[in-house]
Design a protein around this ligand. Structure first.
Ligand code: CDP
Ligand code: CDP
Length: 210
């Protein structure tokens, strides 16, 4: 049987990254946060003073990407999340990032990848697919806390507006829109803390391994 590929998808601040990181630790697998690829692509354009809808420049940036060139704190800023969702709607940008993600997933032992289209497009044959979600209000609360803890000035209402705008943009784009794969297990974490969500996810993976 091929490696244990675990696809974790879901909207902004649903908790997919935390879950993916912890599952990777637990099952001894590598983890790729695919959102960083789109954030880094956007970062190149912003640094070069180019508009985010410059298709050629965005595609070239995605093709030449090397994550070691970027400061992770900057990539995880609110500005970059918003910018990432603009470049992520450009079909050739997405196409340029497919191989890199699939090569990562092709590791003999398997891998954990989190994003928006892992279960639907990148790894349609993943052994485990979890679609993590939570209400926009819960997600905005979590993201506002997280950004404040990192020293970024934010307020709940504007983070909520960002979250809703990103849900709308990510869900309505023509290529790889955000949606659960038909065979994904939906995990709503609105009323679950990190430990509870992790316990449920571990159960799901254990069951799939049997
Ligand atoms: O952590 P958060 O969910 O806020 O953001 P992220 O996962 O880093 O993704 C940032 C943006 O990149 C998303 O809003 C999507 O537009 C895009 N993205 C994507 O289109 N496909 C992926 N596999 C991952 C991210
Ligand atoms: O990767 P994604 O944007 O989906 O979310 P994350 O970065 O894993 O989680 C966003 C924030 O929510 C982090 O600060 C987590 O610690 C927190 N969180 C939470 O409070 N409860 C959960 N069940 C999951 C995440």
């Amino acid at each position: 049987m091929s490696g244990l590929v675990i696809a974790i998808d879901g909207p902004a601040a649903s908790g997919k990254g935390t879950l993916a990181r912890r599952l990777a630790e637990r099952f001894g697998l590598r983890h790729l946060d695919t959102g960083l690829l789109y954030r880094a692509t956007a970062c190149v354009l912003l640094d070069e003073g180019l508009p985010l809808n410059d298709v050629e420049a965005a595609t070239a940036a995605a093709r030449g990407l090397s994550l070691v060139d970027f400061d992770e704190a900057r990539l995880r800023s609110r500005e970059m999340g918003e910018a990432a969702s603009v470049v992520a709607a450009i079909p050739p940008v997405r196409a340029a990032l497919v191989d890199l993600q699939r090569r990562f997933a092709a590791c003999e032992k398997g891998a954990v990848l989190d994003g928006r289209d892992i279960g639907t497009v990148i790894c349609p044959n993943a052994r485990v697919k979890i679609y993590v979600t939570a209400s926009p209000e819960t997600r905005a609360q979590r993201r506002a806390l997280e950004l404040t803890a990192r020293g970024e000035k934010t307020d709940y209402q504007s983070v909520l507006a960002d979250v809703k705008k990103r849900d709308e943009r990510d869900g309505s784009r023509s290529v790889a829109p955000l949606k659960p794969a038909a065979d994904a297990i939906v995990l709503d974490t609105s009323d679950l803390d990190i430990e509870e969500a992790f316990r449920v996810a571990v159960e799901i993976v254990e069951r799939a391994k049997r």
